[in-house]
Structure formats: structure tokens, C-alpha cells
Ligand binder design. Structure first.
Ligand code: C5J
Length: 236
């Protein structure tokens, strides 16, 4: 028999074995979230992303207390931009491109203040931080190896933005056999409509990419003892 945990979610309960669960926090970086930063300079309302910080801080505390491994990602590039495809470089607003000077240092460049994670969600020294050049967290990174090393098969997915880096990562993870629960109030978009539809797309068609639940449901599960369940979650 396997010890399993279940979280009420859409389109149905999200079941996992506690030792195989990790919390993935995507791109909660100052460049995207701070007033006056890159995201705001593009005309976005960063307040919509900042609503994620408090529920995610509570979820992060619950995950750490429950011994759930935490992995953080940061979107960005080497200072010489050698890992930035020309197509990505030229696509932005001409005065606000990756590598240009911004209010918090060169935009989306590793080592710059703006590239790092907001203070409220700062990684602990033993937590994995994945630097990714793409939107998806698996592309050109060591994430798959990290998950395999930790025996992780289920992911609580959080961060920004819902329709871009969160979605791309969930799709990549789903194709690699991971089961993803997207935490609805711990993901954010600059566009309310994209937030709503982005979450609907995850759980549509019987959970085509995964499951969706709010942080209250996830925190409750993390603080509740697992049950012994005779039916395996997946074939072994
Ligand atoms: C974007 C991200 N939106 N982290 N990055 O360019 O979603």
C-alpha cells in the first residue's frame, strides 16, 4: 500500500505520493514584479502580478515546513547574450530589449539586481535555482536531472506569468510524464483574461495539461497526514 495525499482540484482530486512532490516557483523576479521595473516599463500593471506574492509566500512556508523540496527558476541570459536567440532579442520594444540598461540593471541578465527573485520569496541556500534562457523551465536547463535525482513525479506549479512561462513549463512537464497542479492564486498574469483562460486551459478536457486548485486547498493538504491507499497512483 502507498501513502497518498489528495487535494480537491479541478477537474478532479489531485493525488500524489508525498515523497514525490515538489514546489516549482517560476520567474518571481524583480524585473517582472517590481514597480518601475522592466515589466512596468512595457506598460503592464505589475500590481496584477504582485497579488501572487502573499499567497505564494504562505505556500512556500507550508512546503518548507512539510519538507517538500522547492525549486525556483529565473528567466534570463548570460551578459554576452550568447544564449539568447536573435529572434528573442529583436522581438521586444526597441528601447527595452533584453540586455538593455533598465532601472534595476541590464534587463533579464544574470547577476543583475532585477534578474533575481523578489525578497519575499528569496530561495534558501539549499534550494535549487534554475536559470533558464527560454520560457519553459525544461529547455536548456538541468531541471529534468534535478527532478529525477530527487525522485520527483508531481509538481505544484506557481509563479509568473500564467500564460507564458507557467503554461510552457506545465506543457513541457506534462509531456515528460510529470503531474502538475497549478495553484490558481499563486500564478499571475498582466492580463486578467489570460489568467482566467490560462487556468481553464490546464484543467479542460479532463485535465489535458494538469489540475488547478487554490493555495488554501494545497496548504491544507500539506499540513494533513497522508492516508494509506491500496490503489497505486500509477503503474509501477
Ligand atoms: C515572460 C515569463 N512573460 N516568465 N516571461 O516573458 O512568463
Amino acid at each position: 500500500m502507498t501513502a497518498t495525499q489528495s487535494i480537491p482540484a479541478r477537474p478532479g482530486p489531485f493525488r500524489y505520493e508525498p515523497g514525490t512532490l515538489a514546489l516549482l516557483i517560476i520567474d518571481m523576479q524583480r524585473d517582472f514584479l517590481l514597480p518601475g521595473g522592466f515589466g512596468e516599463s512595457l506598460g503592464n500593471d505589475v500590481g496584477l502580478l504582485r497579488t501572487v506574492i502573499e499567497p505564494l509566500r504562505a505556500l512556500l512556508a507550508a512546503a518548507r515546513a512539510a519538507g517538500v523540496p522547492v525549486l525556483h527558476t529565473r528567466e534570463g541570459h548570460r551578459p554576452d547574450l550568447s544564449d539568447c536567440p536573435p529572434s528573442k532579442l529583436v522581438r521586444g520594444n526597441p528601447s527595452q530589449r533584453i540586455g538593455d540598461p533598465g532601472r534595476f540593471g541590464r534587463i533579464l541578465i544574470r547577476g543583475e539586481y532585477g534578474h533575481d527573485i523578489v525578497d519575499e520569496l528569496a530561495p534558501l541556500p539549499d534550494e535549487v535555482v534554475i536559470d533558464k534562457p527560454g520560457k519553459g523551465a525544461f529547455y536548456a536547463t538541468g531541471l529534468a536531472d534535478e527532478l529525477q535525482r530527487g525522485g520527483i513525479r508531481s509538481l505544484l506549479v506557481t509563479g509568473v506569468t500564467t500564460e507564458v512561462c507557467v503554461h510552457t513549463t506545465v506543457r513541457e512537464a506534462n509531456d515528460r510524464g510529470y503531474e502538475c497542479l497549478v495553484v490558481s492564486d499563486c500564478v499571475g498574469s498582466y492580463f486578467p483574461e489570460f489568467q482566467r483562460v490560462g487556468l481553464e486551459m490546464i484543467a479542460a478536457q479532463g485535465g489535458i495539461f494538469g489540475w488547478v486548485a487554490d493555495s488554501a486547498a494545497v496548504v491544507a493538504a500539506l499540513t494533513t497526514p497522508a492516508q494509506l491507499d491500496p490503489s497505486p497512483i500509477r503503474p509501477v
